[in-house]
Design a protein around this ligand. Structure first.
Ligand SMILES: NC(=O)c1ccc[n+]([C@@H]2O[C@H](COP(=O)([O-])OP(=O)(O)OC[C@H]3O[C@@H](n4cnc5c(N)ncnc54)[C@H](OP(=O)(O)O)[C@@H]3O)[C@@H](O)[C@H]2O)c1
Length: 308
């Protein structure tokens, strides 16, 4: 597995997203986690609210049981989790909520530390001084080693950095071939088309400038969880181009979707949500492919982004 730099070390270039782990029976979860770790994918992404519906937090518990069943030691894996969403009610980055959330996460994960903690989605009422106090306590108590954010804008990160001592090393963002406005927009300075509209506020260049690793979430979905674009009749031209390139490299379309993301020089760390070992294997195959510039741009254009 290829590695990328993230914060204070090297990590695999793909992360395992655990949001859908509740779909697995305990033995299946242990098998999946073993397969991932044996193949070098030992970086696992969680959130206190996964699977995103009741019962919240169950994915962290399933994962902890899977690690134990598979006999995998804590220091053989990198565990990241997120807090700050109270589903359907509010966002909460208060000191009390962050500290209580981490205690709950550690209990469910059956560990005494997180490698990374991310703030899940911006809280309009966030007080950066409170976040700073929470991070200080979590760092000094050894409960969290590194910190990041998710779905944050450049200026939200700047505001945090004004107060927070530990470095922000990750921003987890929605990014796939069909949700790639952050890439497209950066090529459309002074043009009149829709691609010039900045929805992402320069987040891609901002993160690169500040050595913040972007972790693309939902790397195979279009819209907001509307479905998988691969093989979808909604994207005939995109699938035609991807399938042609997949045939050339003798891999699946899934592998090419991964290869497209990791070809970008920002060195993204896509969070793969598949809980299927065969499909995960296809993703691993994608990490071995370096798309040519022509192939990368052909896919980008086939997704509907303008090259002028
Ligand atoms: N920070 C945030 O706000 C945020 C939001 C959402 C998610 N996330 C993180 O991102 C991770 C990934 O999200 P996601 O699960 O929505 O992303 P995804 O990897 O784009 O989607 C995975 C789902 O698509 C299915 N799928 C069907 N055909 C596929 C194909 N050809 N290739 C790949 N997958 C295919 C998979 O099924 P099989 O299992 O059968 O393969 C799985 O159910 C989550 O686990 C979570 O850790 C973060």
């Amino acid at each position: 597995m290829k590695k990328i730099n993230l914060g204070n070390g090297e990590v695999p270039c793909l992360a395992v997203g655990c949001m859908r782990m509740n779909a697995l029976k305990p033995a299946e979860a242990a098998k999946f986690v073993s397969y991932a770790v044996e193949n070098g994918a030992n970086f696992f992404d969680h959130a206190d609210i996964y699977p995103g519906s009741q019962p919240y937090g169950v994915c962290e518990s399933i994962f902890a049981a899977a690690l134990a069943d598979a006999g995998i030691k804590r220091d053989a894996v990198v565990i990241q989790s997120k807090c700050g969403i109270v589903p359907g009610v509010m966002y909460d980055f208060s000191l009390r909520h962050i500290l209580d959330s981490v205690d709950g996460i550690l209990e469910r994960l059956k560990t005494d530390y997180l490698d990374l903690l991310l703030l899940h989605r911006p809280d309009a009422l966030a007080e950066p001084e409170e976040i700073a106090a929470a991070f200080d306590w979590l760092k000094s108590s050894g409960k969290v080693r590194q910190f990041g954010v998710s779905n944050h804008t450049p200026y939200q990160i700047e505001l945090l950095k004004k107060h927070v001592k530990p470095r922000i090393v990750v921003n987890q963002l929605q990014l796939s071939i069909t949700n790639a406005s952050m890439i497209s927009q950066s090529m459309h300075m002074n043009t009149l088309g829709n691609d010039a509209v900045s929805r992402d506020l320069g987040i891609l260049d901002y993160c690169r400038l500040h050595d913040i690793t972007i972790q693309p979430w939902s790397p195979f979905q279009y819209g907001f969880f509307e479905g998988v674009f691969l093989g979808s009749p909604k994207f005939p031209e995109l699938n035609r181009v991807i399938d042609g390139i997949a045939a050339k490299y003798n891999v699946s379309n899934t592998a090419i979707a991964v290869a497209w993301l990791i070809r970008h020089p920002a060195k993204f760390q896509p969070i793969i949500g598949s809980m299927n070992t065969a499909r995960f294997g296809e993703c691993l195959a994608g990490t071995e492919i370096t798309l040519t510039r022509e192939e990368w741009y052909a896919i980008h254009a086939a997704a509907g982004y303008s090259l002028l």
